[in-house]
Design a protein around this ligand. Structure first.
Ligand code: ADP
Length: 455
C-alpha cells in the first residue's frame, strides 16, 4: 500500500480523499493555490505545497508544479478527485512517466471515454444501448443535414470533447440546424479546443440514470446500482438520489450487469460512471465518466462501501473488497448540492462565512470544507457542501433531509439551501415524478413568484 498520497484538488473533495487516506494509514499531501492557503484541506493534510497563483490554470491545473510537489514530498501516488486534471489523459501519462501512480484508470481508458464519439462506438460494440444518432462526427453542415434525415427532429448537436453541459445545442426543427451546428462548434472550439460535433436524437422526457461501476483492471468488475440525477439546471445536477424511484430490482440487475460486463471486457481499472438517459423503460448511453463523481456519497450510503478506499486499493494493485453477490442496496439516499449562490438568479456569492453549522444525527452526512471565518474565494466552482441523508426508504430519507436542511447554518454568504426547502414541498418531488426538464420548468414559475414577492 502507498505510504503517501498527493491530493490534486481542493474543497470538499480534497477533504473527502484525505479522510479515506487517514483511515488507511496513508499520509497526505495537499496542494493549494495562494488563494487557498487557509483552506481546510491544507490544514488537515500532513503536508502541503503551494503550487501557484489563484487562477486554476496556473495552480490546480499546472502539471509541472504538481509533479514537482510529488517529488519534493516523496508522494508515490496522486488522487485527482473530480474536475481539474481527473480526466486529463496527458496528465495521467506524465504521472506514469515519472514513476508515480495515478489513482484512477489508465490514460488509454480516459482517452477512449473522453472523446464522446469514440466512447459511443466502444459502448455500442460492448453491447451497451446508445442514443440513436450520427455514425461518428459530422464535419460539415451538409453532412449534418444529411444525418438529420435519418435521426429526425428535435435533435441535439453535441461536442465530442464536451463536458459540464457545454458545447450542446438543441435543434427543434430543420430550420434550427444551421445555427445549432455552428454555435455548438464554436462553443466547443472555445471551451475544449476541438470543434468536432455529432448529432443525437433529442429525448423529450427522459430521466438521467447513471450506473456506478468499478473495475479491478484485470477483467473483474462490479456495479453498484444507479443514481437518479434527473434534477438538473443548465445540464448541471442539483439533487441526486439512489435508488431511482423508477428503477426496480430486475431492471437494476439487468443494466448493472450490462455495464459491469462492458468495463470488465476492456479491463477497466477503478471507479467509473456510465450515464444513461432513461425513457419509456429503455436505456440510452450518453457518456462515461472515468473518475469519482460529485454524487458518489449516495451510492456509498446505500451500498455501505467507501468508494475512495476502493479506488486507492485498486490503484495499489489489490483486489476489490466485495464481489457482486455481496452487494445489496439498503434504504434510500439523497444528496443536495449546496452552492455559494444567490437566489433566485444563482449568481455566485463568494465571501466570508460568518457562522457555519453542519447538520448531524443518524443518517446525515455533510461533506464540506468551509468553517467559521472561512473566505470563499471567487476563483473556483461554487459548490461549498454536499448534504447527504440516508433513510430506510424514500419517504424517511425525505423527512430526514427536511430536518437536516433546517439545521444547516451558513451565515455571511448566500447559498442554494432555500431551493431545496422549496423543492421538498413539491408533490412531484415527493412522489418522484420528475424528468431532466422538470426543474427548469419549475424554476421559471418559482423565479416569477420570488420576483413578485420582492416587488
Ligand atoms: P456533459 O458531458 O456536458 O455533462 P452529457 O452528454 O452528459 O453532457 O449530457 C448532460 C445532460 O444533457 C444530460 O444529463 C441530459 O440532461 C442532457 N442531454 C444530453 N443528451 C441528450 C439527448 N440526446 N436528449 C435530451 N437531453 C440530453
Amino acid at each position: 500500500m502507498f505510504k503517501k498520497v498527493l491530493i490534486a484538488n481542493r474543497g470538499e473533495i480534497a477533504l473527502r480523499i484525505h479522510r479515506a487516506c487517514k483511515e488507511m494509514g496513508i499520509s497526505t499531501v495537499a496542494i493549494h493555490s495562494t488563494a487557498d492557503s487557509d483552506a481546510m484541506h491544507v490544514r488537515m493534510a500532513d503536508e502541503s505545497v503551494c503550487v501557484g497563483p489563484p487562477a486554476a490554470s496556473q495552480s490546480y491545473l499546472s502539471i509541472p508544479n504538481i509533479i514537482s510537489a510529488c517529488e519534493i514530498t516523496g508522494a508515490e501516488a496522486i488522487h485527482p478527485g473530480y474536475g481539474f486534471l481527473s480526466e486529463n489523459a496527458s496528465f495521467v501519462q506524465i504521472v506514469e512517466d515519472h514513476g508515480l501512480k495515478f489513482i484512477g484508470p489508465t490514460s488509454e481508458h480516459i482517452r477512449l471515454m473522453g472523446d464522446k464519439i469514440t466512447a459511443k462506438e466502444t459502448m455500442l460494440n460492448l453491447g451497451v444501448p446508445c442514443v440513436p444518432g450520427s455514425a461518428g462526427g459530422v464535419p460539415t453542415l451538409e453532412e449534418a443535414v444529411e444525418a438529420s434525415k435519418q435521426i429526425g427532429f428535435p435533435l441535439i448537436v453535441k461536442a465530442t470533447a464536451g463536458g459540464g453541459g457545454r458545447g450542446m445545442k438543441l435543434a427543434r426543427t430543420a430550420d434550427d440546424l444551421k445555427v445549432a451546428f455552428q454555435t455548438a462548434r464554436s462553443e466547443a472550439k472555445a471551451a475544449f479546443g476541438n470543434d468536432e460535433v455529432y448529432l443525437e436524437r433529442y429525448l423529450g422526457n427522459p430521466r438521467h440514470i447513471e450506473i456506478q461501476v468499478f473495475g479491478d483492471g484485470r477483467g473483474g468488475a462490479i456495479h453498484l446500482g444507479e443514481r437518479d440525477c434527473s434534477l438538473q439546471r443548465r445540464h448541471q445536477k442539483v439533487l441526486e438520489e439512489s435508488p431511482s424511484p423508477v428503477i426496480d430490482d430486475p431492471t437494476r440487475e439487468r443494466i448493472g450487469k450490462v455495464c459491469a460486463d462492458a468495463i470488465a471486457r476492456i479491463k477497466y481499472a477503478g471507479a467509473g460512471t456510465i450515464e444513461f438517459l432513461y425513457e419509456d423503460g429503455e436505456f440510452f448511453f450518453i457518456e462515461m465518466n472515468t473518475r469519482l463523481q460529485v454524487e458518489h456519497p449516495v451510492t456509498e450510503a446505500v451500498y455501505g462501501i467507501d468508494l475512495v478506499k476502493e479506488q486507492i486499493q485498486v490503484a495499489a494493485g489489490m483486489p476489490l473488497s466485495r464481489s457482486q453477490n455481496e452487494l445489496r442496496p439498503v434504504g434510500h439516499a439523497i444528496e443536495c448540492r449546496i452552492n455559494a449562490e444567490r437566489l433566485p438568479d444563482f449568481q455566485p456569492s463568494p465571501g466570508k462565512v460568518k457562522t457555519y453549522y453542519a447538520p448531524g444525527g443518524l443518517g446525515v452526512r455533510m461533506d464540506s470544507a468551509i468553517y467559521d471565518g472561512y473566505v470563499i474565494p471567487p476563483y473556483y466552482d461554487s459548490l461549498i457542501g454536499k448534504l447527504i441523508v440516508h433513510g430506510a426508504d424514500r419517504e424517511k430519507a425525505i423527512a430526514r433531509l427536511k430536518r437536516a436542511l433546517s439545521e444547516l447554518i451558513v451565515d455571511g454568504i448566500s447559498t442554494t439551501t432555500p431551493l431545496f426547502d422549496a423543492l421538498l414541498e413539491e408533490e412531484d418531488i415527493l412522489t418522484g415524478n420528475y424528468n431532466i426538464h422538470w426543474l427548469e420548468g419549475w424554476l421559471e414559475g418559482w423565479l416569477e413568484r420570488q420576483n413578485t414577492r420582492r416587488a
